[in-house]
Each structure stands twice: as C-alpha cells, then as structure tokens.
Design a protein around this ligand. Structure first.
Ligand code: SAH
Length: 264
C-alpha cells in the first residue's frame, strides 16, 4: 500500500463525506501522515483515521469565512515537507475539481518538494448516487459540465451562459446555493426552459443528506427555503427527470424514500 514518505506532500481526495467512500489509497496515506492539513468539508469520520501522533491542522475554507488564505496554506504545506514531515493535504471530493490544487502543486514544485495526488469521489458522483440516477443519459444528456457558481465577493457570475444553456447536457453546479437566483435567471435568459428538471442534493453521502427534485424555474425558491447549511450540489438537465424503477414496497425503503426526497 502506498504510504506518505518523509519530506513529501500528498494532495488527497477525501470524497463527499461518507468515510466508506474514501479510497483505500487515501486511507493508507492518511494513516501514514505526520501532518494533515484539512478543509472544513472533511468530517470527523475521516479525520478519526489520522494517527494520534500526527498533527491535525484545519485550514478550512467555507464560503465567506476563509480561515487561511491560499498563500498561507501553500507555505504551510511546503514548510512542513521541507522540515521532513510526511504531509497529507486532505481536500473534500476530488482535489482536481474546484479544489485549488494547482496552487499547492505549483508551490511544492517551486520549492523542490515531491508532490503527488490521490483522486477522490467528487460531489457530483455522490449526488447522482443519492438520487439513484445517472449524470448522463443516452440520447438526452450527452455532455456533462462541471461548473462553479462561486464568484469573488462583490463580483457578478461571469460564465458563458449560452454554452451552458444546452438542453442536451447535464450541468453539475458546485457552490451554487447563494447564486441560485442568478443562475436560474441567466440559464433561462440564455434559452434553457424553466421546465428543465433539476435536482438539489445537500450533504450527499452524509447522515444529513437531503434530496430535492424540481424544475429550473423553482430553483431560487427551493435553494432559499428548502436547503440548510450543508454543502449542496445543483444538477440541471433532462437526466434529472429519469427516476429509478420503483422497488417492491418494503417498510424500510418507504421510510428512507420519505425522509430523503421531497417533491414540490
Ligand atoms: N473538490 C470538491 C468540490 C469543492 S467545492 C469535490 O470534488 O467534490 C465545494 C462544493 O462542492 C460545495 O459548495 C458543494 O457545492 C459541493 N459539495 C462538496 N461536498 C458535497 C456533499 N457532500 N454534498 C453536496 N455537495 C457537496
């Protein structure tokens, strides 16, 4: 099994939250670390794998509350590796998707620190699993676009709406909760029907998971009134209309379906 060597940095994908969705490689790296720098989205189930002898440092960033700026994080991981530590930088989901990993890779390389990446399950995959659906759909959703709706404070979202408003695509929108009204308005203005099926999945794979299916026109209302504080992914496109085949009724399944999904 791969372990973290002294003086080395591993950027490790922690997956969407459920510790069972961690890769075996990620777990081995975490268990072999001397120092673990983690994001706010990495929960206690995964952090409990960090050895008691290791230093655990939260560099958590949640919208609007940046506890450490990116340059500081870059410097911390580089300094730890130069001091001979086995460094794991633990990031939610997959490090290569909206994870600011380029900055950290560049900082390590510039300092001559060996750096590697361990992929993780991204939130969009976990959300699709929560929905019991597929992100792509033969003949209807031939394209899958990962997009972030996070704009810098005070800036408007600057996206190519005409390309995004593609009725043959699925949009997986990260960090879109706050921008939901702008997103919906811009997609409809660019030609996507307000009737387009959408799904919102909050806390995918975690105990507080919530799944909502609605239409694009109702995105602002749904995001405002039905979501809590957890991370949420918005999925837009015809693939979201496809429902899993009904299972034979069993009490446990009915209870689960009732608590997990709310149809408008
Ligand atoms: N690298 C991460 C994404 C980081 S951006 C990945 O690959 O998943 C953070 C955003 O990801 C959140 O604002 C939310 O939109 C999404 N996200 C992360 N974890 C999630 C979860 N468990 N459920 C739903 N969305 C999640």
């Amino acid at each position: 099994m791969t372990v973290c060597e002294p003086g080395t940095v591993w950027l490790v994908g922690a997956g969407p939250g459920d510790p069972e969705l961690l890769t075996r490689k990620a777990e081995a790296l975490i268990r072999s670390a001397d120092m673990v720098f983690h994001d706010a989205l990495v929960g206690p189930g995964i952090l409990s794998l960090v050895p008691a002898s290791a230093d655990l440092v939260s560099v958590g960033k949640r919208a609007g509350r940046h506890s450490k700026d990116q340059c500081t994080i870059d410097r911390m991981i580089v300094d730890a590796a130069l001091a001979g530590q086995r460094v794991v930088r633990l990031k939610g989901g997959d490090p290569s998707i909206f994870g600011r990993s380029t900055e950290e890779l560049d900082a390590c390389r510039a300092a001559g620190v060996p750096v590697h990446v361990c992929p993780g399950i991204t939130a969009a995959s976990a959300a699709a699993a929560s929905l019991g659906t597929s992100l792509t759909l033969r003949g209807k959703a031939r394209k899958l676009t990962f997009v972030t709706a996070h704009a810098r404070a005070g800036e408007m979202l600057d996206l190519d709406w005409r390309t995004l408003a593609d009725p043959q695509a699925t949009l997986a929108i990260y960090m879109g909760k706050k921008a939901a009204p702008d997103l919906a308005a811009a997609l409809v203005a660019a030609g996507l029907s307000a009737e387009t099926p959408i799904a919102l999945v909050e806390n995918a794979s975690l105990p507080g998971e919530r799944v909502l299916r609605t239409r694009l026109g109702l995105l602002p209302l749904t995001a405002r009134s039905a979501l809590g504080d957890g991370p949420a992914l918005i999925l837009v496109g015809e693939a979201m209309a496809a429902r899993p085949a009904p299972l034979p009724l069993r009490t446990s399944y009915t209870a689960m379906a009732t608590s997990r999904s709310a149809d408008p």
